[in-house]
Design a protein. Structure first.
Length: 211
């Protein structure tokens, strides 16, 4: 009888010890799913500047794709853009930017002025080096309705150059094109996007920035 009582007592003690050894919380733990904030810089010409009051300080207008790419999670960190700018002018004026991603849409004016593509390549490489962002996204240039074949050829060369440098390529103007020209309502002059065109470009580039 004493041995039976001892066995019962031992079982209780072991049981209590086992209960006390459990962690305070045995529930599963999940990784944090907080959304990531991305800071992006932008460099370009009038396609990027649009009607911005002061692009250099982040005041962008309704004809700038940047207006539609920025959001609480995709913050515009700065950059440089001006109407009529060639890639040489961009490279000469851009400054380092504290950004996670650099977005470049450049070459429309190089193409119009007959700048050799090798020069354009060199200028874009200088822009990337100066800004210093760890990620680089380069977009195709939008249509020039007066020179669809030349624009398509430029974009093909640009894509090959970008991929060779292991940067990210995006054909953002696919959102505003019909064939090799602007779709209806996306441009008034065959070169610059309307507000609807700028918004379509911005949404496409926002997706590229966020991925």
């Amino acid at each position: 009888m004493a041995w039976a009582a001892l066995a019962v007592l031992t079982g209780v003690v072991v049981g209590v010890g086992a209960i006390r050894s459990l962690p305070d919380s045995a529930g599963p733990t999940w990784p944090s799913s907080e959304p990531k904030v991305v800071r992006f810089a932008a460099v370009g010409d009038s396609i990027t500047q649009g009607n911005s009051p002061d692009f250099s300080v982040g005041l962008t207008g309704s004809l700038s794709w940047v207006t539609y790419a920025r959001s609480p999670l995709d913050l515009f960190a700065g950059g440089w853009a001006a109407g009529g700018a060639t890639t040489a002018r961009m490279a000469a004026n851009v400054q380092p930017v504290k950004a996670d991603v650099l977005v470049i849409i450049a070459g429309t004016n190089d193409l119009a002025q007959g700048v050799p593509f090798a020069v354009t390549e060199s200028n874009i490489a200088r822009i990337v080096e100066t800004v210093g962002a760890p990620r680089v996204v380069v977009s195709a240039i939008p249509p020039r309705n007066s020179a669809p074949a030349a624009t398509a050829a430029y974009n093909a060369s640009l894509k090959a150059f970008v991929l060779a440098h292991k940067w990210e390529w995006v054909d953002a103007p696919a959102a505003v094109r019909d064939g090799e020209q602007y779709a209806a309502g996306m441009s008034l002059d065959g070169i610059h996007p309307t507000e609807a065109g700028a918004e379509a470009l911005g949404r496409a580039l926002d997706a590229a920035i966020s991925r």
